[in-house]
Design a binder for this molecule. Structure first.
Ligand code: ADP
Length: 458
């Protein structure tokens, strides 16, 4: 499919390392299930790679919940504050504001981070005229980093991920750090629940669809949660009352941190990992999520360029190393989506993206190769996420299972959902009907629902 057909074989040779066979996928599913059982067992939890944290969220909303609740959402690109009015009858009213977390705060002192969150909350409540009203508002805090929970409103951070690295927070109770900052500013609000964004996504989807049993994030990072029977959760420390279930926050991004995904890792994956803020960690996440996908594509493009298989014209004419292509992070993950929107042979989007990274006048073959790279990288990511979901769906085993999904990669990539579904059909037991549903604004709404279910005063 290139104008210079001899390129076919050479390009394929480079991209072969990205292919995952069906056999390998089954092997990966088997490995993941082993890691899951290790995370759920009290004997092995401590050393386990996939942590399988019990969340203390056991009740799933049914749409009748009523109350006015605040939600804070920290865990990725933006920090959001939301005021959510649950009206019953599956109706929700919502106002929200996005605040930026400056890079210096993301990697600075932990106290400063939480003070910053409290200041944003203060500003938002002032604008909404709910400050100092005599009402103490319950807060659901979506904090999307791995935490060991000891209750719904008590959670110790185990490690920062996704580019955050604030001092004095690891091993501390995040709810307490937040509440101290809120109290210091005398704000009339109390954090009653901490949840992960996957849990929020599951909850918000369940509010509308009672078959929902899984929450999935495909954004800056990737992670999943699901409803597990208490008798399978050896690490459970709470009571055994009805409902005998709890949502498990898998923290599946860490799958592979003990080398078990090496069978499918490429030199590009290794390079992405080594130049990241957390080398050796979040290996599965680094092969899938938005924070890394564009970088994988960039490294492959550079490799092909160095092998003189790509942009030969560009090299002759410009030959400089100042274009974004040569800089870490110079190829955004959203470019992968843009390139893949091109269907035919015009390559209008691909040309635009290439211009953005400093490549002018690419040839037809250049464009076709870049699109091919993007397709292979995003398809591999979709297959890996699909294999993870297939493990959960086969394990849950109900005849109808809905997966609530959130995150920009899933939302905006033109084929991610389709590629996942096609792969899942081959891996999931034929007796099970599954559905992937976009969970709109799940991390905010879900936190409000958990807070509402948790707060006795409402
Ligand atoms: P977060 O996960 O941080 O809460 P998002 O769900 O918006 O937030 O995910 C942000 C990630 O999504 C970034 O890594 C970004 O590269 C990626 N992203 C943003 N836009 C797109 C797009 N159009 N296609 C694919 N990925 C995208």
């Amino acid at each position: 499919h290139y104008r210079h057909p001899e390129l076919n074989d050479q390009i394929e040779k480079v991209l072969d390392s990205l292919k995952i066979t069906d056999d390998q996928l089954e092997q990966i599913m088997h490995l993941l299930e082993e890691e899951m059982n290790a995370g759920l067992s009290p004997l092995t939890h401590h050393q386990a790679i996939v942590k399988m944290f019990p969340t203390y969220v056991r009740n799933i909303p049914n749409g009748t919940e009523i109350g006015q609740v605040l939600a804070l959402d920290l865990g990725g690109t933006n920090f959001r504050v939301l005021l959510i009015d649950l009206r019953g009858n599956s109706r929700i009213e919502l106002t929200s504001k996005i605040f930026l977390i400056p890079q210096s705060v993301m990697i600075g002192d932990g106290k400063r981070l939480f003070r910053h969150l409290a200041e944003c909350l203060h500003e938002f409540m002032q604008k909404e005229r709910i400050l100092n009203t005599g009402v103490c508002y319950p807060i659901g805090f979506t904090f999307s980093f791995p935490c060991q929970q000891e209750g719904l409103a008590s959670a110790r951070l185990t490690a920062w991920t996704k580019g955050f690295d604030c001092s004095g927070v690891v091993n501390e109770d995040v709810v307490k750090l937040l509440q101290d900052a809120i109290d210091e500013k005398r704000i009339n609000a109390k954090c009653v629940a901490l949840i992960n964004d996957t849990v929020g996504t599951l909850m918000a989807c369940a509010y509308k669809d009672p078959s929902t049993a899984i929450g999935l994030i495909l954004g800056t990072g990737t992670n999943a949660c699901y409803i597990e029977n208490l008798d399978k959760v050896g690490t459970w420390k709470g009571d055994y009352n009805e409902p005998k279930q709890v949502i498990i926050n898998m923290e599946w991004g860490a799958f592979g941190d003990n080398g078990r995904l090496n069978l499918i890792r490429t030199k590009y994956d290794e390079e992405v990992d080594l130049s990241s803020m957390n080398p050796g960690k979040q290996i599965f996440e680094k092969m899938i999520s938005g924070m890394y996908m564009g970088e994988i594509v960039r490294l492959i493009i550079l490799d092909l360029l160095q092998q003189e298989l790509l942009f030969l014209g560009h090299r002759d004419t410009y030959g400089d190393y100042k274009t974004p292509l040569y800089n870490r992070g110079g190829f955004y993950t959203k470019f992968v989506s843009t390139v893949e929107i091109d269907e035919g042979i015009q390559f209008s989007n691909t040309r635009r993206v290439l211009e953005d990274i400093g490549i002018r006048n690419p040839t037809y073959d250049d464009c076709a190769i870049v699109r091919h790279i993007c397709r292979q990288v995003s398809k591999r990511a979709a297959k890996l996420a699909a294999a993870g979901l297939a493990v959960l769906i086969n394990r849950i085993g109900k005849s109808n299972i809905t997966v609530g999904v959130d995150g920009s990669l899933y939302r905006y990539h033109p084929r991610f959902k389709h590629n996942m579904e096609r792969c899942m059909e081959t891996l999931i037991n034929k007796s099970i009907q599954f559905k992937l549903t976009l969970s709109d604004d799940g991390s905010g709404k879900g936190a409000a629902m958990v807070a509402c279910l948790a707060d006795d005063s409402l």
